[in-house]
Design a protein. Structure first.
Length: 105
């Protein structure tokens, strides 16, 4: 499948909560979670090399509609609700239209 919609999110955890935030975001890959959906073609969780409580998420989706539909679901909303309690400030989002690339994890 090809990603037609994507975004990057930068999340800043409360001091010392970066590991917990990463662990929670990685549950997004579990069966039944958003990142496990056939419509999610890229789900990458990264840490800042210089600030361990800053976490980046890169996602690529088959369409913006698929992303919104999946994230409106119960599994995604449960993760989002838990994330909010770990954050030191509001997350920053940048949406984009993927052109071409490579992902091998």
């Amino acid at each position: 499948m090809i990603a037609e919609y994507g975004f990057n999110a930068t999340l800043t955890a409360r001091p010392g909560m970066g590991d917990r935030l990463v662990d929670l975001l990685l549950t997004g890959l579990d069966e039944g979670s958003p990142g496990a959906s056939e419509h999610c073609v890229v789900y990458l969780v990264s840490r800042s090399a210089s600030a361990p409580d800053v976490v980046h998420v890169t996602e690529g989706w088959t369409s913006e509609e698929d992303h919104h539909r999946i994230f409106a679901g119960e599994a995604a909303q449960a993760i989002v609700a838990q994330i909010d309690g770990l954050l030191a400030k509001e997350s920053e989002f940048t949406d984009y239209v993927p052109v071409r690339g490579k992902a091998a994890f």
